[in-house]
Design a protein around this ligand. Structure first.
Ligand code: PGA
Ligand code: ZN
Length: 448
């Protein structure tokens, strides 16, 4: 078994030009792996802590030199000699070294860089593509005794007996369905939309390659439509979606529906619509404040009615964070109202945290989980969250962050851990395309 010989870390820049952590791991057989860490803008409060320097003289206080130093001086020496393939004990050691529930001592960015770089190094050492290595890890972890797993990862064991609706170990590596950003608002673009993203899914495409071509076609038709309607059809938000100053949220969905038709595709049958409402960011603790809709102040009941009306009107198949991260009772009601018609995806709500996903399942809240590796901070915990979701029949949507790098790990993760969907952002900006393109190469290898 190959062992870790050296761990290096450095500060690099992400797609917003802000510092993030990159880690290289060298193995004693000469193989090596590298990973870098993404960063969100519309973060949930339950996320693991991203350690920043707070030194206003460097990068406006956004430097990550403390996290880098933690990898060099605290994590590196503790992990040299560790079996690189043994991801579970390696991540367990990371969790132990940090010792806090939200990874605030060493920083989730420090931990995640090491965790992911180890997976890359292990795949290289075994001379297999990362998605194959991750698929084996997933199978291992899905079959492991849950009590043992929880003990190792310092997660409380599940208190109730959960009945597994789908056997977790029967899938092979497979290509996910992309969910792609068309129009951006919220904290991701300069326009005036409250909703963060209007996205599309090529639900009727026979394979990934064709689906990607449809997505590009709709995106290009949308740019033309926006321009012809007098809006900015070129400026894009953090994830590459158009950021026009449309009058309201409905008109963004309307424009995307028209773009699907202009692409000679059938809305709903070929290409469906998804929303990331990201509503935590306009919730004031009691009301949802929709600035783009005449400064409306909605209760959760009224917000639910709005979402139901949108689903009635447009070919919407998925709504993410339709309600705020702490509005659990509203979420339950939303799930009762729309759960059998659309995917209700918990992002800020679940924060990729096994404890929160368990609570959601127990309270019949949502039916899909957004999976963002840096919300939880290690690969093993991410896979455990995916296992819980899978066993409860919740859809897993592997997702990038609005701040990304040229790292492609999530493409391999979605394939290896058989996430049904992947959310990378739009099909412009290279920190997004590097992942879409990685999936094209994997599709070729898998003959899909
Ligand atoms: P974030 O956005 O990375 O800024 O959190 C992505 C999302 O909300 O899904
Ligand atoms: Zn989201």
């Amino acid at each position: 078994m190959s062992r870790i010989a050296e761990i290096q870390a450095r500060e690099i820049l992400d797609s917003r030009g802000l510092p993030t952590v990159e880690v290289d791991i060298r193995v004693d057989d000469g193989a090596w792996g590298r990973a870098s860490v993404p960063s969100g803008a519309s973060t949930g409060t339950a996320e693991a802590l991203e350690l920043r320097d707070d030194d206003a003289n460097r990068y406006d206080g956004r430097g990550v030199s403390r996290a880098v130093e933690n990898v060099r001086s605290a994590i590196g020496p503790a992990l040299v000699g560790h079996a690189v393939e043994d991801q579970l004990t390696l991540d367990a050691r990371l969790i132990e070294l940090d010792g806090t529930e939200n990874k605030s001592r060493l920083g989730a960015n420090a931990l995640l860089g090491v965790s992911l770089a180890a997976a890359h190094a292990a795949a290289a050492s075994r001379d297999v593509p990362l998605y194959r290595h991750l698929h084996e890890l997933t199978t291992q972890l899905f079959q492991a005794d849950e009590g043992d797993l929880c003990r190792q990862l310092a997660i409380p064991a599940p208190t109730m007996h959960r009945v597994s609706r789908s056997p977790a170990t029967t899938f092979g590596p497979r290509l996910p369905l992309p969910m792609t950003n068309m129009i951006s608002g919220g904290l991701h673009a300069g326009g005036n939309l409250d909703f963060q993203d209007v996205l599309i899914l090529p639900v009727g495409a026979p394979n990934y390659r064709t689906g990607l071509e449809w997505i590009v076609r709709v995106y290009r038709r949308l740019g033309e439509l926006l321009k012809a309607s007098g809006y900015e059809g070129r400026l894009v938000g953090d994830e590459g979606g158009f950021g026009p100053r449309l009058p309201d949220n409905d008109s963004a969905i309307e424009m995307v529906t028209r773009a699907i038709e202009a692409a000679r595709l059938r809305p709903g049958a070929d290409v469906a619509i998804a929303l990331d409402v990201a509503s935590t960011h306009f919730y004031d603790g009691s009301h949802y404040r929709l600035a783009a809709t005449g400064d409306a102040r909605l209760t959760n009941q009224e917000m639910i009615e709005q979402l139901v009306a949108l689903v009635d009107r447009y070919p919407i198949v998925s709504i993410e964070d339709g309600l705020a991260e702490e509005d659990w009772s509203g979420w339950q009601e939303l799930t009762r109202r729309l759960g059998d018609r659309v995917r209700l995806v918990g992002d800020d709500l679940f924060a990729t945290n096994p404890r929160r996903v368990r609570r959601g399942i127990g309270e019949q809240t949502a039916n899909a989980v957004l999976i963002k590796v840096n919300q939880i901070g290690t690969l093993a915990e991410t896979l455990y969250t995916m296992r819980i979701a899978q066993e409860a029949g919740y859809t897993r949507v592997v997702s990038a962050r609005s701040g990304e790098t040229e790292d492609t790990t999530i493409a391999d993760l979605a394939v290896g851990a058989a996430g049904e969907q992947i959310k990378i952002g739009s099909i412009v900006r290279s920190e997004r395309l590097v992942k879409y393109n990685r999936l094209l190469r994997i599709a070729e290898e898998l003959g899909e």
